[in-house]
Design a binder for this molecule. Structure first.
Ligand code: BGC
Length: 724
């Protein structure tokens, strides 16, 4: 499509105040259709004749802005009148906020100084077939808005009494237009509303609103006020051990709403930013406070729910709920580590760890494909992939298990949805990542050297370290092998020559085996078995099981080992131990946080420790989806819905449930591209009843015996396979 529009900006610096851009026009002839194309440097909200043009919030979303910036197209036919006024308010958004918040860098300073501006066209189609185009140019006007400040980490300041009456001409902004692309990702929407559960007065006398659920989005409040009354709201995820408001873990992110009231009854929610929160501290709020005055508006990408998990244990059900909420809270256009503190970045390692679970829980094909395009756009000249995408940490060195997202995520999206296009689009990045390792290692066929995050947050870390005890070279080489293997598989799917990678893979495996004859940690065992590197995977899994038992039947793994440990145990005959870890309530375990009242997945196994104190204030998120990746073990092993690699998109399925009496019953379903598959098992005395419904051909494996079936519903009785 050919556009005429130019980028425009305010003619004066508005400082912190969000500008409004404005265009007026009168109807010419009978308009049968109106379309608006719009985007901004920042985030924008467009209103035509006072009404929002769409329910898209935080448009234009977050991409690798210097290379790719989405524009949106809206049908505005229904909003057109004889006289029209379009107003577009622009906040800093991800474009020029001070991100990342915990460190200063030249790149951050450069980005934070980027201008705010808009680009757009109004297309008016008349009855007689003619088309009138009103494009952004310096005839558009700008003024100040009532939003006096808006930023991703710090929140929003609003003066509801402010009325702008000075309009000035805009100026043309010299900014590239060849970076513009049509909307590619899912639309970001207000997806759910959660009513406040209670209003508390804490021991230290604060007034705190509790939504009973940690969410990402913003709070809406209603207040009957005098003109000039002040509202000041702070956000928090948890209360401290004394029951007082707490948000030191947001670090430098102020996460604050400041609002000056006009007279009378009014309802407000922030418009150009978002927060991660369960609690609101009402630092200033006029009048008596009731829960009915507050609603949490949950904002995330409009992804379709495809997975369900339910079982007989209320705490495990709460864990499932936390996993889904963790995904909703961190799938706001980019897969983020967390939604609250001064990060909220597209950490590649976290996304890689969670990609499989994410793709069963929701249809995330479009979401990931957009993000992977940004990854390819931000790929470094040497093929390295940054720690976060969009790459707001360009000075950070690529790390093993983080950069591997370039290979693992496309492969998973291909497997879950069966789309070869994602492999075609990403194959260059996949290969270049492996080539990057080959070129940057200090030892051929291993990955030595470089800076890595290791088994991030592994509990076996030496005191003071976040990186676990697994050897960095071991992890890096294991992922080097794994990514090379996936490049080979992907290349074969799309018909590329992968001979060079086949030879490389053989050499990596040979060298790995020679260099690492023994495995020293849980995670090392897990990687060796799961990535097919161990010469004797059964012995490796048996040794892992023995090591876990020696460790007191406790998980010691971090970000790297945790996603696979239960898979390895189940695949090699230790399902019982997998359940022991899964159902453990004491620290460290998935259910420990549930016992502590978590409503989302925590960054640390003990974000709140057994003694009620916090793990730390400097790195302690209560909404970090990574450990929620245990859900893919529940779908694939516990419920047994296995996706054969030669049936991408679930054209066929193998269903091999692994029940355990301690759980009572379990039901899982995935609404796949090819039909819905659900698996349920229930203990009835010492026998197990299986109910399987599949819309795709399946092989059902119960107690070791296989039955091939067409689509349909099937019931089986099996013996008690659990040891209890
Ligand atoms: C983030 C993580 C991330 C890690 C990398 C943290 O600050 O929150 O989730 O993967 O840094 O080391």
């Amino acid at each position: 499509m050919e556009f005429q529009a130019k980028w425009i900006q305010t003619s004066e610096n508005t400082g912190d105040v969000c500008p409004v851009f404005r265009k007026e026009w009168s109807g010419t002839g009978k308009i049968v259709k109106g379309e608006l194309y719009m985007t901004a440097l920042g985030v924008y909200e467009a209103r035509l004749n006072g009404t929002r043009v769409s329910d898209y919030v935080l448009a234009p979303g977050w991409t690798a802005y210097e290379k790719r910036l989405q524009y949106q197209k809206y049908d505005i036919t229904g909003l057109l009148q004889e006289k029209n006024e379009l107003e577009v308010t622009v906040g800093r958004g991800w474009f020029s906020s001070q991100m990342p918040g915990w460190m200063m860098s030249e790149d951050r300073i450069r980005r934070a100084a980027r201008p705010r501006g808009i680009w757009g066209e109004i297309h008016l189609h008349s009855e007689d077939g003619s088309e009138q185009v009103i494009a952004t140019d310096d005839s558009w006007l700008w003024g100040m808005s009532e939003i006096r400040f808006s930023e991703i980490y710090d929140g929003e300041t609003v003066d509801a009494q402010f009325v702008n009456d000075v309009w000035k001409n805009t100026a043309i902004l010299d900014w590239p237009v060849d970076i513009l692309i049509p909307q590619e990702g899912e639309i970001i929407r207000e997806m759910e509303r959660v009513s406040a559960k209670s209003v508390l007065t804490t021991p230290s006398g604060e007034t705190v609103v509790d939504f009973g659920q940690e969410v990402t989005g913003y709070a809406e409040f209603t207040v009957d006020a005098e003109a000039g009354d002040e509202v000041r709201i702070l956000h928090g995820e948890v209360l401290d051990q004394n029951g007082n408001f707490y948000n030191d873990n947001y670090r430098s992110a102020k996460a604050e709403i400041s609002y000056t009231c006009r007279a009378g009854l009014q309802t407000y929610h922030p418009r150009l930013t978002f927060f991660g929160f369960r609690y609101l501290k009402l630092d200033k709020f006029p009048g008596e406070v009731k829960p009915e005055q507050f609603t949490a508006i949950v904002v995330y990408s409009d992804i379709r729910r495809t997975g369900t998990l339910r079982c007989g244990d209320p705490q495990v059900n709460q864990l499932f709920s936390n996993i889904f909420w963790g995904q909703k809270g961190n799938f706001l256009d980019v897969p983020t580590d967390c939604p609250q503190r001064d990060e909220r970045l597209g950490w590649t390692g976290d996304a890689q760890v969670f990609a499989k679970t994410a793709s069963y829980n929701y249809d995330v094909e479009k979401f990931f494909r957009k993000w992977l395009h940004d990854m390819a756009a931000d790929r470094r000249a040497d093929g390295g992939i940054g720690q976060v995408i969009p790459d707001y940490l360009p000075e950070g060195e690529p790390s093993a298990a983080w950069g591997d997202a370039a290979v693992i995520c496309p492969w998973q999206i291909y497997l879950t949805y069966g789309s070869r296009d994602v492999l075609t689009e990403q194959f260059a990045s996949m290969k270049k990542w492996v080539d990057y390792i080959t070129a940057s290692t200090t030892t051929e066929y291993l990955w030595t050297g470089g800076t890595h995050f290791g088994d991030w947050l592994g509990l076996d870390a030496p005191s003071g370290s976040y990186r676990g005890s697994s050897r960095e070279d071991f992890i890096a080489t294991a992922f080097y092998a794994h990514s090379t293997e996936l490049v080979i598989k992907a290349g074969k799917v799309i018909g590329e020559d992968v001979t060079r990678y086949e030879a490389l893979y053989e050499n990596i495996v040979k060298t790995f085996r020679k260099t690492f004859p023994v495995y020293t940690t849980q995670t090392e065992h897990v990687l060796a078995a799961h990535f097919g590197l161990a010469e004797n995977p059964q012995k490796t899994a048996d040794d892992l099981a023995a090591m876990v038992e020696r460790d007191g039947s406790r998980i010691m793994t971090g970000f790297v080992g945790t996603p696979y440990i239960l898979h390895v145990l189940s695949e090699y005959g230790h399902t019982d131990l997998a359940y022991t870890l899964f159902l453990r309530r004491a620290y460290p375990s998935w259910l420990f946080s549930v016992e502590q009242g978590a409503t989302t997945i925590w960054e640390h196994w003990d974000g709140i420790m057994e003694n009620g104190e916090f793990w730390s204030t400097d790195m302690n998120s209560f909404n970090h989806y990574a450990y929620g990746s245990v859900a893919d073990w529940v779908y694939e092993k516990a419920a047994g819905i296995c996706l054969p690699e030669d049936a991408p998109g679930f054209t066929r399925v193998k269903i091999q449930p692994m029940p355990d009496k301690r759980l009572g019953w379990l039901e899982a379903s995935i609404d796949t591209r090819n039909g819905k598959i659900s698996s349920r098992w229930t203990y009835i005395g010492d026998r197990v009843r299986y109910e399987i419904t599949t819309e795709v051909p399946a092989v059902i494996v119960i107690d070791g015996s296989e039955t091939a079936v067409e689509a349909g519903t099937y019931t089986f009785w099996g013996r008690n396979t659990s040891l209890l």
